[in-house]
Ligand binder design. Structure first.
Ligand code: ATP
Length: 258
């Protein structure tokens, strides 16, 4: 396992994950692991298969091949539908940040808490207050229509909505995409806070520098395959990673993210 908590079994353990769009294979034979309370990042260029990996893990895309395993807390979810993934505590915040534009911020959050339906009103209220604690700006805008939020606020709402389901594993697809530097910093700060609260995180990012800074472990995806992996701190100094992902363009990204 890829942590120092070797005695614990990983929260997510994936073997032989492949998925295709029609006849075009987008990801091939991916293996990855996420330890309890870890931030694991998947970095890589455009089209490498990062979003596809998340979709396949979440049950949104059919998985190829009979040997695939998606063990979540020891239970194999390969081939199960998205509801079953959500019910067990997996949540995905997609890149598109799709929200119910005409509904208020608060109603969007309440809808995100549908996993909590069986719980008391007080428990649901507590979940809402916890999200507002992380994102005071959403509380200020509780009655505002979601469609009128800024890009950063939309990302916060998308994250907050996923958190309302009290996931054990939160999968984020490029949370920094298109956001101003200060907002990117806020979002990454919140990702770290979530880990401190025990939420495990799978973070897909093109902003490799920012992602490697917060992650415990990292995978580099290229052409649908895992090309490199290792502790994030080590990969951040690997000459191949530095050249391909943290070079001049990476430095520019760092300036934007700090
Ligand atoms: P980006 O960083 O640009 O979002 P990515 O690493 O997330 O890229 P994917 O979106 O997973 O990459 O795409 C992997 C490959 O699958 C690409 O070649 C892409 O063109 C292809 N692909 C993605 N979605 C579809 C689709 N719905 N139908 C057909 N091909 C697709």
């Amino acid at each position: 396992m890829n942590t120092d908590q070797t005695s614990q079994r990983p929260l997510l353990s994936v073997r032989h994950l492949s998925a295709a769009y029609g006849r075009i294979e987008a990801i091939s034979d991916i293996h990855l692991e996420i330890g309890q309370g870890q931030i694991v990042t998947v970095i890589g260029p455009n089209g490498a298969g990062k979003s596809t990996t998340l979709a396949a893990l979440m049950g949104l895309l059919p998985i190829r091949g009979g040997e695939c395993q998606v063990l979540f807390d020891g239970e194999d979810l390969a081939g199960r539908d998205i509801e079953q993934h959500v019910a067990r505590g997996m949540a995905l915040v997609p890149e598109t940040r799709a929200l119910f534009a005409q509904m208020s911020v608060q109603d969007n959050l309440v809808l995100g808490g549908f996993r909590l339906r069986g719980q008391s009103r007080a428990a649901r209220q507590a979940a809402l207050e916890e999200v507002y604690g992380l994102f005071p700006r959403l509380k200020e805008r509780a009655r505002q229509e979601a469609g009128t939020l800024s890009g950063g606020e939309r990302q916060m709402l998308a994250l907050g909505r996923a958190l309302m389901g009290q996931p054990r594993l939160l999968m984020l697809d490029e949370p920094s995409l298109g956001l101003a530097p200060l907002i990117v910093r806020d979002i990454f700060r919140i990702i770290v806070q979530l880990r401190e609260r025990g939420v495990s995180i799978l973070l897909v990012e093109q902003n490799a520098r920012a992602a490697l800074k917060v992650a415990d472990y990292a995978y580099v995806l290229e052409l649908g395959r895992v090309a490199m992996q290792g502790p994030a701190r080590e990969l951040a100094h690997d000459p191949r990673v530095v050249e391909a992902y943290l070079g001049a363009a990476g430095r520019h990204q760092e300036l934007l993210s700090t």
